[in-house]
Design a protein around this ligand. Sequence first.
Ligand code: FDA
Length: 423
Amino acid sequence: MREFDVLIIGAGGAGLMCAFQAGKRGRKVALLDHSDKAGAKILISGGGRCNFTNLGAGPGNYVSQNPHFCKSALSRFTPADFIQLVKDHRIPYHEKKLGQLFCDRSAKDIVEMLLSECEKAKVKIFLKCACEKVGRSSPSPSPGEGRGEDERQILKPPPTLPSPVRGGGFLIKTNQGEFSTHSLVVATGGLSIPKVGATDFGYRLARQFGLQVVETAPALDGFRFSGADLKHFGDLTGVSCDAQVSCGGASFRENILLTHAGLSGPAALQASLYWHPKEKVEVNFLPDFEPAALEKWLNQRKGSKSGVKTLLSGILPKRLAERLCEMNLPGHATLAQLSSRKIKDFCAQLQSFTFVPQDTIGYGKAEVTRGGVDTNELSSKTMESKKVPGLYFIGEVVDVTGQLGGYNFQWAWSSAYAAAQAV
Ligand code: FDA
């Protein structure tokens, strides 16, 4: 049996940050991951250059059942704190747009930085180390725990939950033997991209200890068109333009990209974080025009001999302009042939086209998982479970999900730092 003050499950961004910050406080820390490398998701993030934070990161950039929960952690470890670390390691970086900071060279720089901090703080890292079971180590095991049952025990809460007042530590059974610890930090991330090690272990562990988990869904993945919309747009794969996409009370103005399956591009990815099944999504294909201004612009061109398709191709990608005309106007119409009413309706179609997605694209492409361990269960100052002292949840496994643009890593760093000060 190996004993540590702190044991962290998951060597992603949150786990690595928590490990060295706790190590710096003199804690004896172990970091376990079932993958063969630490920081696998960091390496594939930001197109290989890791958008490691956002200069403007604040509570408004996150979705959670409790929008206030993230405030404390974000204010105690800020983007400036992470940037300082990056500077200390002489990692070159740049702002790409909208406050998004990326490595100049490669995401590897960030992983190497975190690993070197872990080494300095004497963190023991165990890779290819799969956690099989977690129980309380003392003073008395909880019902159904520590008796060698198979892993399915973890799938559903035991009939009597581990008592919050029972105290004691945790016993972690892995394929590399048993570990015991007083502080167990769960940093197992979300469900997206299973091929880089994502599992539902953190959610199952939360449930095992009687903690609520907010329903999870893939997010920042864009929309899958239903059959009718796919018929309209399915052959426009690769067409992109500036647009405004709105749903669930949120609106994003950036590029959209039509794909063989639906709508992607940053504005659609952002909107997918706010979408729930059966809700409508609205697209403004011409966000530069005030509604009345677009109508005026078209009406002013009524004398033109050009067809509407040609006119519209001047302000939208040609194939999209043609398709929107085909969907909404009689073939080869000129503006002169259209009534004022028809022009008004057409403008509405261009500026508030609505569709109900079949779904979002799914975990195979999602950048994050929305939902997770219910923030009502955790202290916002320390990330510790209110019911189970000594048990902490950090990073994406918690019901705090950031928008696209470096916000999810900032949450990983901030929540990890908060826990590291308490373990
Ligand atoms: P993360 O998923 O990083 O780590 C969890 C770790 O736990 C993994 O190493 C996994 O192997 C391990 N694990 C899981 N189950 C286990 C078990 N049972 N036993 C042991 N180990 C286990 N965000 C951002 O801010 N900027 C960006 O540029 C990007 N880009 C990006 C691209 C792509 C393709 C994706 C999929 C995601 C992003 N993100 C992003 C999101 C960001 O990567 C994500 O939010 C953080 O990595 C979450 O960090 P965590 O440490 O919480 O989980």
